[in-house]
Design a protein around this ligand. Structure first.
Ligand SMILES: Cc1cc2nc3c(=O)[nH]c(=O)nc-3n(C[C@H](O)[C@H](O)[C@H](O)COP(=O)(O)OP(=O)(O)OC[C@H]3O[C@@H](n4cnc5c(N)ncnc54)[C@H](O)[C@@H]3O)c2cc1C
Length: 371
């Protein structure tokens, strides 16, 4: 091993998860190698509208975490990547009457700063609605692919599909590459190591970029997202296409449906499709992100068969193997904060928040799903 180059960390996958942890570790003087099978942001990250906004709701743990991440992301992007973050402000609108009633109960939990926008105010900004909404001025939009590429400037990136991972003599062997640590940031594709207990699954979505003369100063979220106009272009995106199991080409019919639904919110009469993007976003079983060590499932099941009956023996992890996944529909919101947390875990052994540690899902999976 003495003549072989051993990286501090190999990161597998160059979406927003892989790019943000590579950037963060590199800032901390770590020697990193990023291995990506297609191209930077070729997965869900490249398809994303990459809207960055707070979450509304009644103070759930996911909302609290999302809003903490949003505050961090806002500072991070405006400080380090201002050219790739457009602060458009984001309007949130109810989907229907029942949702509008719920908005009243959300107000007390809203991320600050925010403003109440009346229906008239929202309409004056170019959106059709029968409801009042919220306005979050710090919200905005990332240039999805460009910001991933920018984070990877100065990092070693190789186009390579990783087929095998083995740990030998205290070093990870990643096909022909070597590292002390490995971070799995492979989105919805997770064939390299048994991580079934995390319940990672993909949700398909589309984004259309349209040429239009429509001038929108703000972005808007409802059941879909509409971006503020930029250089005569507006992007519309949504990830709700359940049942698409594996990546396929962008479905024109679904894009038409997306445009049709957007037409209820804005004037789409002159919209011409410039480019379509589609992809899978990966989420965990409980919608919380997955950041931390990876449990050696085979060892645990062989050593402790009583796991299936509800026992909770001590966990055994793969040495220096980490996962960064489950960012759901908010990869660009979570990425900066969680990359910082993961880097502290890797470098300083600072325990990650138990809400995002994948450990939370293991015992239950053994009992319920591993039959
Ligand atoms: C249509 C759409 C709209 C979205 N809108 C938003 C939004 O507005 N705001 C927001 O914050 N988020 C949004 N998201 C969600 C966001 O895109 C995801 O949270 C994000 O993509 C997660 O990033 P990731 O790096 O975990 O996964 P990915 O971006 O999927 O990256 C995984 C990478 O790993 C690579 N890979 C996999 N296996 C291997 C292997 N064996 N070897 C090498 N490389 C490998 C893949 O090629 C891929 O590039 C949207 C998603 C979609 C699909």
């Amino acid at each position: 091993m003495s003549q072989t180059k051993v990286y501090d960390t190999i990161i597998i996958g160059a979406g927003i998860a892989g790019a943000s942890i590579a950037y963060t570790l590199q800032q901390k003087n770590q020697k990193v190698l990023v291995l990506e099978k297609e191209s930077i942001a070729s997965g869900g990250s490249g398809a994303a509208g990459a809207f960055v906004s707070p979450k509304i709701g009644k103070g759930s743990p996911l909302q609290t975490l999302t809003n903490e991440a949003f505050a961090y992301a806002y500072r991070f992007y405006t400080t380090y990547f201002p050219e790739y973050y457009k602060q458009t402000g984001v309007i949130r609108l109810p989907k229907e009457k029942e949702d509008a009633r719920r908005f009243d109960s959300y107000r007390a939990y809203n991320y600050l700063p925010f403003s109440d926008y009346s229906q008239e105010q929202v309409e004056s900004l170019g959106f059709h609605t029968s409801f009042d909404g919220f306005y979050f001025p710090e919200g905005g939009v990332c240039e999805a692919k460009a910001i991933c590429e920018a984070m990877l400037v100065g990092c070693e990136v190789k186009l390579h599909e990783v087929k095998q991972l083995t740990y030998d003599s205290e070093v990870w062997h990643v096909d022909g590459f070597y590292a002390n640590n490995v971070v799995l940031a492979t989105g919805h594709q997770n064939h390299l190591i048994d991580v079934r207990y995390m319940g990672i699954s993909g949700l398909w979505g589309e984004r259309g970029d349209y040429q239009t003369a429509l001038q929108l100063e703000n972005s808007l979220h409802q059941s879909l997202s509409i971006g503020a106009s930029e250089n005569g272009m507006v992007k519309i995106g949504a990830t709700h296409a359940k049942g698409v199991k594996s990546p396929s080409i962008c479905d024109e019919k679904r894009l038409e449906g997306l445009l049709h639904n957007a037409g209820k919110l804005i004037d789409t009469s002159d919209f011409t499709l410039l480019q379509s993007h589609c992809g899978m976003r990966s989420g965990s079983r409980d919608y919380m992100p997955l950041v931390g060590s990876v449990i050696d499932v085979a060892f645990m099941l062989q050593t402790y068969p009583q796991l299936l009956r509800g026992a909770k023996p001590p966990l055994k992890y793969f040495e220096n193997l980490y996962i960064y996944n489950g960012l759901g529909g908010r990869g660009f919101v979570f990425a900066p904060l969680l990359a910082e947390e993961l880097s502290k875990y890797i470098l300083e052994e600072k325990i990650v928040d138990s809400q995002v540690s994948p450990d939370r899902l293991f015992y239950k999976w053994c009992r319920k799903f591993n039959k």
